[in-house]
Structure formats: structure tokens, C-alpha cells
Design a protein around this ligand. Structure first.
Ligand code: MOS
Length: 767
């Protein structure tokens, strides 16, 4: 994600907290608010139904949209019969390619700077069909039921064209080197195949992971209106500013003509971005002159919102008799469409996890006519760690070495690919603490040794990994307003909140830095009118916000010192000499010299003071190899009669820098682990290879874990700050899912002696 952005960076002045500079002084401070368990500040609004979601906004005179989806994988619309739909009760508009306004294709994520479109395909602009499920008509009606009914009355005749909907066919058409954000997914060091062949111990296996569909609890929706020549969109978005810009590009508008808000989102996981439905709804609103609500059905999400591609991965590791890796090979195939730029970069987690003198990492892609795939929680690492960490377990068996010990023996002392030093890496501590707490020493050293009645019991482990990123472009505005003897702080950032606690953590960070009680701080976010650009993606938003808040705080302190003037106890002090504490500014080495914010504002006869500043560029990424880490432990019970697997215990021991909010971080870790349990045991998009149709587009047939599938999940963390990141933090959003599927598969092997290399591990594979 960062590569393209980094090339444009200009180095900062040397007095920053980044490489070689002064660490953020707050890192050294013992935890006050930071790190304590704070409930989400928006929690009450959400559980009482008072928080408006995208499909709950309302405009006067609003109509409801329904979509009709194509049922072939590739071809043309030969005949389109809309008269019955147009005549149906309540129908306001039937829009197809024939009457839709002219629109530019959305600039696609990864292939266009700044664009966040799903693919570079035009939307409702011609008669071409590119995937089975593509929207081909939109009906607007006075009620949702009338729209749904009329959409079902549209009759389509297709002129089918040859399509590629099977993996075998796609491979036969040819495979190519994968590019991710413009960079080749390819790393080669030394002679990996030669070293593998020469190694006394080796594993060399193929692992397969299936397609996955996105299932946020809130299906995708938008409520929007044209007001004059402005487009106002209430959306569910994890990339608010970027999506507003892309909508402006599609409709040929200036950025300020699109206002997109998204204060509450019912889960995103990578899926809450721009898809066809928002563009179609905005076009239909324009054509009809009515505000539109579009709320996709669950099936609509499966048809039009991309998920995770299938992968076939080879992992080969050669080791000496002590278990030290001589060669690490991780290669394989992902599938994309002809029109998008999102391969599943499953080698990313293999770049910096283990030391080896010879390395080959490579992703290739085949092309199929299907819905464009996209980001899904830890794109790359989630499925890549299944292959890598399963192979390490297989190697541990070959060597007769404990799998925890084998991992620790292969700890790298610097990044094996880039050669950069690690900024903060305490994974060995995470392993030791996790193993002690889980009782790893009670694991049976050989498979199929423990059984209670029908249940065979086993333990497995795996490493999880996810890179630290921080995208440039974040900016924060802090406004202090007098309120009696105190102040209220408003912190505005162009951030997105998917329900993971971003606004709460931002309030914590700002309150701690400004020396204010938490309930004096309000956070503005989720609105494209706020300057700057941040997105909830790549587990980097918190660091990006933190850097912006730090910068804006510096600018605010400078403003306050100017306002304080010569009559203040702070007279003559510079920004570097003061700190924020107890509702005001104080001289760092002489805390009795202080003045409250309210007093400074009062003497200056001001009601408020405001400062805006962008976060420093993420230069830390050029100097350090930076990652979140985890050590995962799983206990399973596999039924000897039915093959059913129950996960009975799970522990995640995390090393993610400083934890900012113990409660929301623990929820991110647990949520990621639960998603990983689904990946291990049940999730699979059933794809009909004859016609490219997704066959299980509902939660009745696409299984995700329910409460009964989830044991108590124990999470612990090292809480060691990284001195090279804003606030010492690393990301926590995606690390939770990584490694989980391997920990489950490895536990199943320990329980049964059966090694399953294809996900999901359903009961038929254990009989
Ligand atoms: Mo994520 S897959 O960066 O929402």
C-alpha cells in the first residue's frame, strides 16, 4: 500500500520523532487514559438505535432503488424488456444503459492514483456483461417492495460470448506476474531451489484457500440526493474522502460538489468502499430528480461487492538438522478479473517473519470473468500465513522439534528482504508468555495421542504477522472553546469509523495529549467536508490520526503561547519548553509556571482557538522494517465418529507496540480470531464453474462462526511501545485473523494425525 506514496515523500526536518529524532515524549509517560479499557463513546447510541446508519437517512420525496443482476458471465444484452416494470405500481424510473446519464468509469484502486473504484469498468454505459451478477437495471419506486417487485419484471435476452469461469480454463489462458500497487509481488535472494534440494530436512507442499465473500453485519447501502449541483451522500464507508473524490470523478464534478458522510458503519473488513450501487443510485437520482435510498439485499452484496480470491500456494522450506532454514520458497497463484488490480498478495507475510539465506516469494495471477475481488481483512497475510505456518508445522514434525522452538530458532535479526532493522519486534516474548499461559508444555508431542470418549484432542500454534503502515495525507484540526472555567476540545479528522473504536481512540489520544478529561473532548470524523484524507484500511488509520493530532497539537500550543502574551506566567516560553497538562500549559521543567487554556483565552478576549496541521510524512517506513506480530495457540476437539471439529480453547499473544485502548484492541484481536476460525472451518464462496454464478449468496448457505462455534478467546499483549511510530502504536485491525487458520489446522493434525491443506477444514476431510 505504501510503496507508491513513499516515492513522493520529502524528508522532514531532523527534530521530528522519526528516525534518529526525539521520540514522542508521551511514549515514555506511564499510562493514564492511554492503554486503559475505555468503552466506545458511540456505544450507547448504537445499542439504543439512535445512531443513524446509511440506510436510515431520509430525504423528503425520497424513492427506493432495486437492482436487476445479469445471469451470464460474459456477453451482450440482446433484448431488454422494461415495459412491464415501468407499468408496475409505484414505479418512478427504470434505468438501464439505454437511458443512464453518461458517466466516466471510476478510477480503480491500485491502477489509478487516488481512485477507489472496484474496477475500471463503465457502469451502466453499454450493453456489455462482464460478470454473472453485474447490475444491468435499476428500478426506482415509491416503496422498497414496489421497487423489488418491478425489478423482477425486467426480461433480458443475452447474446452470450465465450467466458472463462473455471480455474483450469484460466490457467490454460496463461498466467502472469502479479502487480500489487504497481509493484511486482516477487522477491528472490540466493539460490532457493538449489538450497532446498541440498537441505537435509525439507517440506514442499501445496495449500489451497477458497473464495471468500464479504459479510459485514450491515449490508451495503447509501441514501443520496442532488441538491442544486451538489451530490450529498450518506454512505457506509471506510474511505470517506477518497470515495467522495471518486464519485466527483465519475460525474465530472469538483471535489467540493460531493459531500459524503459516514458516521456509523456496521462493519467493513475491506468491503465498505465504492461499488456499482452508489454510482447507479446517484445516476438514477439525477435522472429522476428524486433523492434515492439504495440498500443492497444480502444477495446483492454477494453479486456486486467483491471478496477474496481463491489461492493455490506452494510452500517449500529446507532446513539443517538444527531446524535453521536454508531455503524458504512461497509461490503460487491468485485469480483476478481482466478489469481490476487486486491480486491476493499472499507472500507479504513471508517477507519478514523468518530468516533464510535463500528466499523465493512470488505471486502470479490467472484471469477469470467474475466479480472483481478486493481487500478482505489482512489481504495476503490472512491466507498466506495459512500456507506458511502449516508448512512450518510440517517441518517441525519432520525435524522432531517443538514448533514454538522451531519458530524462535528462525527469528531474523534484520528484515531478510529489505535488510532494514526492525523498529520494534518482541515476538519471542509473545511466544514465551503465550506458551506459559496456554499450558503449551502439556501438548502431546506426537499426533493422535489424546482422546476423551469420542473426542480426539490436539493443540497447535502459528505466528501471525501484519505490516505497520501509515499513509500520508492525514490532517487534524483542534479547536478549544471556553466553557466556564474550562474548555471543550473538538478534534476533527477525515477518518472513517467502521465500529472498531476509531473515534473513541482518537478522543483518548487527544485528551491525553491536551491534558483534558475524556468527556471534554469531542471527535469529528466520517465527513468528506473535513480537510485531509485518511482511510480505515491497512490497519494504519490510528497511526495516521495520531501523527496528525500530534502535529495539530504543536500548532495549537504555538497559537496559545501567542495569545498568552507578556502578562502570562508562560511569557517568553517557546513551544519546546511547554507541555499540555491539567487543562492548560505548563513549563516542562518548572511545572508551577502554568496557565489554564480558559485563562489564556479569557485574557486574550477570545472564545476559542483553533489550529490545523497535517501529520508528518511517514518516513519511519523508509528506515525500519515495521510489523505487528502474534503468537497463536489453539486447542481443538475432533469427533472420531462424525469428523466435527470444535475449537475448545484459543489464545492470542500479541506484540503490536503500545496498546491505546485495552478494550477496543482486545475486541479487534478477538474479532480477527473469530473471522480466522470461520476461514479455517467453514467460510467458502461456492462458485459454479460452468457459468460463473455464486451459488450460496446468503448467510444460510455461506457459514460464518456463531456463538456456539466460538470458545472463550484469551488475548494478551506485550504493550512495548515502538519508539518510531506516533504514540508507540502499531495497527491492531488485521493482525488478529493472520495465522489463525494454520493454528487450527495444526491443532487438528496434532489431534488426529490428518494434515488438511485445503480450506475450509470441513468434517468430510477428517473422516
Ligand atoms: Mo482492510 S482489508 O485494510 O479494511
Amino acid at each position: 500500500l505504501m510503496q507508491g506514496a513513499l516515492e513522493k515523500l520529502v524528508p522532514l526536518a531532523p527534530d521530528s520523532w522519526i528516525p534518529g529524532g526525539v521520540p514522542d515524549p508521551l511514549i515514555a509517560r506511564k499510562h493514564g487514559l492511554i492503554g486503559s479499557p475505555v468503552s466506545r463513546l458511540d456505544g450507547r447510541l448504537k445499542v439504543t438505535g439512535a445512531a443513524p446508519f446509511a440506510a436510515e437517512y431520509r430525504f423528503d420525496n425520497m424513492v427506493y432503488a432495486a437492482l436487476t443482476y445479469a445471469t451470464i458471465a460474459r456477453g451482450r444484452i440482446a433484448a431488454l424488456e422494461t415495459a412491464a416494470a415501468e407499468a408496475a405500481p409505484g414505479v418512478v424510473l427504470v434505468m438501464t444503459y439505454r437511458n443512464a446519464p453518461r458517466m466516466a468509469p471510476p478510477p480503480a484502486f491500485g491502477s489509478s492514483p487516488g481512485g477507489v473504484g472496484p474496477a475500471d469498468l463503465p457502469i451502466l454505459q453499454d450493453d456489455r456483461i462482464h460478470w454473472n451478477g453485474q447490475p444491468i437495471a435499476c428500478v426506482l419506486a415509491e416503496t422498497q417492495e414496489q421497487a423489488d417487485h418491478a425489478a423482477a419484471l425486467i426480461a433480458i435476452t443475452y447474446a452470450e460470448e465465450p467466458s472463462t469461469t473455471s480455474l483450469t480454463g484460466a490457467k490454460a489462458n496463461g498466467i502472469e506476474q502479479a502487480l500489487f500497487m504497481g509493484q511486482k509481488l516477487l522477491n528472490e535472494i540466493g539460490d532457493p531451489e538449489g538450497a532446498l534440494a541440498a537441505a537435509p530436512y525439507r517440506v514442499d507442499q501445496v495449500y489451497r484457500t477458497p473464495r471468500h465473500s464479504h459479510n459485514p453485519i450491515e449490508p451495503h447501502a447509501a441514501t443520496l440526493a442532488w441538491i442544486g449541483d451538489e451530490l450529498v451522500i450518506h454512505d457506509a464507508s471506510q474511505m470517506v474522502s477518497q470515495q467522495a473524490q471518486t464519485m466527483a470523478d465519475v460525474f465530472g464534478l469538483k471535489a467540493e460538489q460531493v459531500r459524503l458522510t459516514s458516521p456509523y458503519v456496521g462493519g467493513g473488513f475491506g468491503s465498505k468502499g465504492l461499488w456499482d450501487h452508489q454510482v447507479i443510485a446517484a445516476a438514477a437520482a439525477k435522472l429522476s430528480g428524486r433523492p434515492v435510498r439504495i440498500a443492497l439485499s444480502r444477495e446483492g452484496v454477494y453479486r456486486t461487492v467483491g471478496g477474496r480470491t481463491l489461492t493455490e500456494q506452494r510452500v517449500a522450506i529446507g532446513a539443517d538438522a538444527d531446524g535453521r532454514f536454508q531455503s524458504l520458497i512461497h509461490t503460487g497463484l491468485a485469480v483476478m478479473t481482466p478489469h481490476n488490480a487486486m491480486p491476493e498478495p499472499f507472500i507479504l507475510g513471508s517477507r519478514a517473519t523468518y530468516a533464510a539465506p535463500n528466499i523465493l516469494l512470488k505471486v502470479e495471477v490467472a484471469r477469470m470473468n467474475m466479480l472483481a475481488n478486493t481487500f478482505m481483512r489482512a489481504p495476503g497475510e490472512a491466507v498466506g500465513t495459512f500456507a506458511l505456518e502449516s508448512a512450518i508445522d510440517e517441518l517441525a514434525t519432520e525435524l522432531g522439534i517443538d514448533p514454538v522452538e522451531l519458530r524462535i530458532r528462525n527469528e531474523p535479526d534484520k528484515d531478510p528482504i529489505s535488510g532494514l532493522p526492525f523498529s520494534s519486534r518482541h515476538i519471542v516474548e509473545a511466544w514465551r508468555q503465550g506458551a506459559a499461559r496456554f499450558g503449551w508444555d502439556s501438548r502431546a508431542p506426537a499426533p493422535a495421542m489424546r482422546q476423551e470418549g469420542e473426542w480426539r484432542i490436539g493443540m497447535g500454534c502459528a505466528t501471525g504477522t501484519y505490516p505497520y503502515y501509515r499513509m500520508p495525507g492525514a490532517e487534524a484540526r483542534i479547536t478549544l472553546t471556553r466553557d466556564g472555567d474550562g474548555v471543550r476540545a473538538l478534534v476533527e479528522v477525515a477518518a472513517a469509523e467502521m465500529g472498531m473504536g476509531t473515534s473513541t481512540t482518537t478522543a483518548i489520544v487527544a485528551a491525553e495529549r491536551l491534558g483534558l478529561p475524556l468527556d471534554w473532548v469531542e471527535v469529528g470524523y466520517g465527513d468528506s467536508a473535513i480537510p485531509g484524507a485518511i482511510m480505515a484500511g491497512g490497519s494504519q488509520q490510528t497511526a495516521a490520526i495520531g501523527a496528525a493530532v500530534i502535529a495539530a497539537q504543536g500548532a495549537l500550543v504555538a497559537e496559545l503561547l501567542k495569545l498568552a502574551g507578556n502578562d502570562s506566567p508562560l511569557a517568553g516560553l517557546s513551544v519546546d519548553e511547554v507541555g499540555c497538562d491539567a487543562g492548560g500549559l505548563a513549563k516542562l521543567d518548572e511545572p508551577a509556571r502554568r496557565e489554564s487554556y480558559a485563562s489564556i483565552l479569557a485574557r486574550a478576549q477570545r472564545d476559542s482557538v483553533s489550529a490545523t496541521r497535517p501529520g508528518s510524512p511517514p518516513l519511519e517506513l523508509m528506515h525500519w522494517s515495521m510489523h505487528s506480530h502474534s503468537a497463536l495457540f489453539c486447542e481443538v476437539r475432533v469427533n472420531a465418529v462424525t469428523g466435527e471439529t470444535r475449537v475448545s480453547r484459543f489464545l492470542g499473544s500479541f506484540d503490536c507496540g503500545r496498546i491505546l485502548n485495552a478494550k477496543t484492541a482486545a475486541s479487534q484481536f478477538r474479532g480477527g480470531i473469530i473471522m480466522g476460525l470461520g476461514m479455517a472451518l467453514m467460510e467458502e464462496t461456492q462458485f459454479d464453474e460452468r457459468n460463473g454464478r455464486i451459488m450460496n449468496p446468503s448467510l444460510a448457505e455461506y457459514h460464518v462462526p456463531v456463538h456456539l462455534d466460538v470458545p472463550e478467546i484469551d488475548v494478551i499483549w506485550t504493550d512495548i511501545p515502538d519508539p518510531h511510530t506516533p504514540m508507540g502504536a502499531h495497527g491492531v485491525g488485521e493482525i488478529g485473523i493472520t495465522g489463525v487458520a494454520a493454528a487450527v489446522a495444526n491443532a487438528i493434525y496434532n489431534a488426529t494425525g490428518t494434515r488438511v491443506r485445503d480450506l475450509p477444514i470441513t468434517l468430510d476431510r477428517l473422516l
